[in-house]
Design a protein around this ligand. Structure first.
Ligand code: HEM
Length: 294
């Protein structure tokens, strides 16, 4: 016999929990937006960080000098589908084994290494919190799960239906992305938008379990990662090749975005929206392009 008192108590408890989360989320979004707006409108009035000093003195990567690179031991260390985080782990800025990384560690590491505003670092980190389960930390391979952050039609990994381990960079796909730099040196926003259209069209054709079509949020995450590569690397294919393939920082490399208060959510979001709405999955393919079969 079901215990109706227990059922009623559970409904009330879950309802109150949902209200609590909704209010906390609302407060987080409002304070984050206000802080981000202040940084966004202040940045243009402040001098940019000087070249060679984009990463402050005392932080790893200052002056383009990065801590020693140690490749992950496969089968032992954990890595994610994200080159941005894997590179930090490979240089020991995040734990090299990729395990038990707290949100404070994540946020601090990405903010300084990539010159992000604390607001953008916090927003990116909050994406990982969806995997928390109350632990207060993640292992990098937790990010492999489909449609939390990781999604189909990415640039650097085949879809999870063909490649269950999303932690390993896919050499062919990465070289193919970099070959799409129209000027042979830099990927422009138009190149990123074209390549997204190409990946989405080909993955939709070849993957019977393709899920990106129905999710605007995950499409925006995809466009967001294009924009990070454009803003932080200036689309420079030489630096991107090392970062995407070896998940390592090139000697002497520092972020191209030199805003005094760091790159903000508002900047990243407006450019991501522009990229997202310029993607056309039915576009004419560039000469020499064919759909890739995974
Ligand atoms: C805590 C913060 C972050 C989390 C939780 C995170 C998570 C992820 C995940 C799960 C993916 C796989 C997405 C896909 O399926 O394509 C990804 C991809 C990626 N991330 Fe991150 N990331 C973070 C920060 C960053 C930062 C700071 C950068 C830039 C420097 C970055 C750049 C990228 C790029 C370029 C990709 C590859 C996109 C592709 O293959 O299409 N991420 N990230």
């Amino acid at each position: 016999m079901l215990n109706y008192f227990k059922i009623a108590a559970n409904i009330v408890f879950r309802f109150l929990k949902a209200v609590y989360y909704l209010i906390s989320f609302g407060v987080y979004i409002v304070q984050l937006s206000i802080r981000d707006l202040i940084s966004t409108v202040t940045n243009p009035f402040l001098p940019n960080r000087p070249v060679g000093n984009v990463i402050p003195r005392g932080y790893p990567g200052h002056g383009g000098v990065w801590p020693e690179y140690t490749a992950p031991k496969r089968g032992e260390d954990f890595r994610s589908p994200c080159p941005g985080l894997n590179a930090l782990a490979n240089h020991g800025i995040l734990p090299n084994n990729g395990k038990r990384i707290t949100y404070a560690q994540l946020s601090h590491a990405i903010q300084h290494a990539y010159n992000l505003a604390p607001t953008l670092a916090s927003q990116l980190t909050s994406a990982a919190k969806q995997l928390d389960q109350g632990r207060g930390w993640i292992d990098l391979h937790d990010l492999n799960v489909l449609n939390v952050v990781q999604h189909d039609a990415s640039f650097t990994r085949p879809d999870i239906a063909f490649c269950p381990d999303q932690s390993i960079p896919h050499t062919d796909l990465i070289n193919r992305l970099l070959d799409h730099a129209s000027d042979g040196k830099h990927l422009s926003l138009t190149d990123f938008s074209y390549y997204s259209g190409l990946r989405r069209a080909e993955c939709k054709r070849s993957n019977g379990q393709y899920t990106l079509s129905g999710s605007f949020i995950h499409k925006m995450i995809g466009s967001g990662t294009s924009v990070l590569m454009y803003s932080i690397f200036g689309g420079d294919i030489e630096a991107l090749r090392v970062w995407l393939l070896d998940e390592r920082f090139m000697d002497g490399w520092e972020p191209k975005n030199r805003e005094a208060l760091g790159h903000t959510i508002a900047q990243a979001l407006t450019t991501s929206l522009a990229v997202e709405f310029s993607i056309d999955e039915k576009q004419a393919l560039r000469e020499g392009d064919v759909f890739y079969h995974e």
